[in-house]
Design a protein around this ligand. Structure first.
Ligand code: AMP
Length: 598
């Protein structure tokens, strides 16, 4: 495929925010494709070169891209910088600069394959002289590109491709382009993706072996599985009712979710909830897992929390968050903040897939295969049959340092549902029943300039929740408190890569911040209560026409959720549930709830 066709499709994608239109453009784009172009186009359209979990990065800083653009267009770098300030992005600038120029015709038009190969070269350049290699490769590519192609090339390398094609839209398009477009086909395609985390692999299998061929995609050690997620209920009585009277309750540890891949030979690999590889951050887990998980290969999952080495007590999560991204001084970190991984599930045991089995069986397999050690143990669990039993266990969990309990279904069909949120797992935190002390993970979509002591800095942030039905980020609050001086000083740095000159198309809000942000940074807030507001857009109309859900008196808890992708922030539906349960507590006889639970 010509790269120009891809650039033209991007231009059309950029011009729409409607999911159906996007899908139609994508279908038209990918239908004629076969591997290897098909997976490449899918990765490129998400701003990637390889599936996200592989963590392949181009390593192109703004300044490097600016230099490449200057060299390719024969204009001074300073001038390129000036023009970019005016145009808002380097992609637009390069397309303007190249508009009147003659191209190097000698090598023929750019193919997707050429671009992909060259970008791989940029990504793999390492060590001495790598910066020069990157610049040279980019200059050559730009030399062969049309203005439109150059625009998207530059945006791609900078990670600012704004075509906004999300995984869910690509899955929709695959079902239409390569299957019958039915709901069933869509479900099966998504299931294959949830198991493999690789859209390119799924698309390739689909065109080559058809929809039934997807059944051949199974678990592979070293390739992360998209995590199963939990629903919530407002009371333990509700939890038990959902579960059919009995449930396995486990401590809900407040730490980092870790999926550990233990091969028969070779190194253990650890993946975060977002499927990022985090092996390097937890050498003690990497070292201990092969010793304590018997008869590998295995894929196990658990929550990693800091523990006090002297007393074995669980310590606050903040201690482990310091470990994230810390590449140096790991030995010291290990001594100061040792962690323990509490395992709660097993997807592959002794090389056999176990994820389809019911939960009680999985737990038994896990318990049999695990020889608990200093850093890897079994999650605490108790089977309960009534509210009293559940409450007693919750008290115990909280006094032991857990943040609540996780209830798990014991029923037939309680398989591990990769990538799905459902009532097979229900989370319950103590605070939940008393006012709104449950925290909310919001996505930054805008920032407001500060005044007074905060002049020249950001004074407040506009936060949104994710609405998966609409695939939009809907604002719900503006938060300024909870940021201390250090946090304030750090904000511009954290936010720089998300800044946007214009309102990102996937954002919905009635407010106009001083600076828009593309959804990327997720942080935790608490607030007094949820109310309705005409300027916020979370689940607009769900309670009253023209009003969205809004959080009153929000406060940043100090905790960034770097482990969550923006689409994994609190969802608008979760917010609506929180709103409803709060209403129920405030007014037990609420006429439309028909329910008199306290
Ligand atoms: P949340 O992040 O609030 O949606 O809560 C779900 C998360 O709780 C999971 O993704 C895990 O990281 C974490 N968690 C802690 N303990 C458990 C447990 N025993 N079983 C499952 N998940 C747990």
């Amino acid at each position: 495929m010509r790269f120009l066709e891809l650039a033209q499709a991007y231009e059309r994608l950029e011009a729409t925010t409607k999911r159906l239109e996007m899908r139609a453009i994508l279908v038209e784009l990918i239908r004629p494709l076969r591997p290897p172009d098909l997976p490449r186009v899918l990765y490129l359209s998400q701003g990637l070169l390889r599936p996200e979990y592989e963590g392949v990065e181009l390593g192109v800083a703004d300044s490097l891209a600016r230099r490449a653009v200057a060299l390719a267009s024969g204009i001074e770098e300073a001038e390129v910088g000036k023009r970019t300030k005016a145009s808002g992005d380097l992609g637009t600038t390069v397309s303007e600069l190249l508009a009147g120029r003659r191209r190097l015709e000698s090598e023929g038009p750019l193919e997707v394959a050429d671009v992909y190969r060259e970008l791989e070269r940029v990504a793999t350049a390492a060590g001495e002289g790598s910066q020069e290699t990157k610049v040279k490769t980019l200059v050559e590519l730009l030399g062969r590109a049309s203005p439109l192609e150059a625009k998207f090339l530059v945006r791609f390398v900078l990670g600012t491709l704004r075509v906004g094609v999300r995984e869910m839209t690509i899955l929709d398009a695959l079902a239409v382009a390569f299957a019958d477009g039915s709901k069933d086909a869509r479900t099966r395609i998504e299931a294959a993706f949830n198991l493999s985390s690789d859209l390119g692999l799924v698309a390739g299998a689909l065109v080559e072996r058809g929809i039934d061929g997807l059944a051949g995609i199974g678990l592979e050690v070293g390739r992360p599985v998209r995590p199963m997620l939990a629903e919530r209920e407002p009371t333990l009585a509700d939890v038990l009712e959902r579960m059919g009277g009995s449930a396995a309750l486990e401590f809900k540890y407040d730490g980092l979710r870790v999926q550990a891949h233990v091969p028969k030979h070779g190194a253990v690999r650890l993946f975060s909830r977002r499927l990022e590889e985090i092996s390097a951050q937890f050498p003690e887990l990497v070292a201990e897992l092969p010793k304590v998980v018997k008869r590998p290969p295995a894929i196990v999952e658990g929550e990693c929390v800091p523990i006090d080495p002297e007393t074995d007590e669980i310590r606050p999560f903040q201690a482990v968050s310091k470990r994230r991204g810390r590449k140096y001084d790991l030995d010291r970190a290990q001594e100061e903040i040792p962690v323990c991984l509490f395992l709660f599930d097993i997807l592959l045991a002794e090389g056999e897939e176990t994820y389809r089995r019911d939960f009680p069986e999985r737990r038994k397999i896990l318990a049999d295969l695990l020889q608990p050690g200093d850093h890897v143990r079994l999650a605490d669990q108790r089977i309960v049959h009534d509210v009293d039993g559940a409450t007693a266990y919750l008290d115990e969990a909280i006094s032991e340092g857990a943040e609540g309990v996780m209830a798990k279904s014991l029923k037939p069909g309680s398989s591990y549902r990769a990538g799905a949120r459902g009532y097979w797992w229900i989370k319950y935190k103590r605070d939940y029943t008393v006012g709104l002390s449950d925290s909310i993970d919001g996505v930054v979509v805008g920032a407001f300039s500060g005044r007074g002591r905060r002049a020249g800095k950001y004074g407040a942030l506009l936060l949104a929740v994710y609405n998966p039905k609409k695939d939009r980020f809907e604002s719900f609050t503006k938060v300024g408190s909870g940021f201390d001086d250090a946090a304030l000083a750090e904000l511009p740095k954290r936010l720089a890569k998300y800044e946007s000159e214009t309102k990102p198309p996937e954002v919905d809000t009635g407010l106009e911040p001083d600076r828009w942000m593309r959804p990327g940074l997720v942080l935790e807030v608490r607030g007094a209560e949820l109310t309705l507001s005409p300027i916020h857009r979370a689940e607009t109309g769900a309670v009253h026409a023209g009003a969205g859900l809004a959080l009153r008196f929000p406060r940043f808890t100090g905790r960034y959720r770097d482990d969550k992708a923006p689409t994994e922030s609190t969802t608008s539906q979760e917010l609506l549930k929180m709103y409803r349960s709060q209403v129920r507590q405030a007014a037990p006889s609420e006429p439309d709830s028909g329910d008199s639970r306290p």
